[in-house]
Design a protein around this ligand. Sequence first.
Ligand code: PLP
Length: 366
Amino acid sequence: MYLSSDALASPLVPYTAGLTPEFVAAKYNLPLDQVSKLGSAENHFGASPLATEAVTRTLGRLSAYPEWSARVLREKIGAKYGYDPDRVVCGCGETEIMSWVIRAFAAAGDKILMHEPCFPLYHKIAEAEGRVPVFQPMGEDFKFHFDDFIEKIAPDVRVVFVTAPHSPTGKMPAEADVRRVIEAARDAVVVLDEAYVHFSGSEGYIHLAREYDNVIVMRTFSKVFGLGGLRVGFAIGHPRIASALMRMKPTWNLGQLQIAGATAALDDDAHVAKTVAMIAEMRELVTGAIRKLNRFRVIEGSKANFFLLQLPEGYDSTVVWGRLLAKGVIVKDGNIDFRGIQGRFLRIDVAPRPHMERLVAALASL
Ligand SMILES: Cc1ncc(COP(=O)(O)O)c(C=O)c1O
């Protein structure tokens, strides 16, 4: 088999996927219902029921190619948020669209600006495509430092990522700061990643795609809609940006099931409301219970369905990650999963009460 020398010599480290409950249950000899998966920010109520019904109904159409542009879904998204469907593009999750943005708007060697830590695929995709990630460290206080961030927007910075709410801290950047970034990056494209916006208690900043021609707002069906396994995300931007991305898109990137499921999910207000209410209640409860243990630092201000936790001095997050795993609690290890927060940090999902009780008991026993 021929492999190009580029592929053979690649120093790139692939994304570290979260462990499954089945794997952890088998490895530690635990009943499956006593394993809590708190590392992938999924929806613990499962998939949107409306999406599940629509996917099931569509099973009879598997022999037919899908409509290549996902027009039905793009029209529905456009109608929901008040945009012409020509400004909407859909991909296999936001992550597929991120790779088109990086390829469409940055040439090899150009720079891509992001915070450190951030969603790792921003820099992993950039590096895989020969683009150069530039980082704005958040520091131990986990602040956005937007003045310094803006100073880094040099002429060869072509794409700028802002995450609202941010991962792994869950912090929400202020609209005034997001506007400052967009205005400072007139010659670049600003990706506003709103994967977790439903949990923020705000409408987010999707309206900025109407006001500025250099911004693209991304949202996903993987989180509040519970469709991480279906793989659908979308982006809304200026028609010039959207048409550039449509040209990068593999023709039939979304299949019949993805289009049907995501289109139905957009109507599932009940599933969204139930999920958002549980997250808001449990986020308060679990962070309060952990604070009472008096040993851990909860990074304040999460507006997402997870929070970042700092372990006490002398603890190593990878060791603690393994000890929690043996108690049936799967979390994200900062050491492995996020550039720039090595050492003592875990990102932990907010989930229904029994999972939060298991988590707090496991942390208390460390
Ligand atoms: C900030 C952020 N953006 C995007 C994604 C992925 O979105 P998708 O599943 O739509 O590719 C994630 C996934 O965890 C994320 O944390």
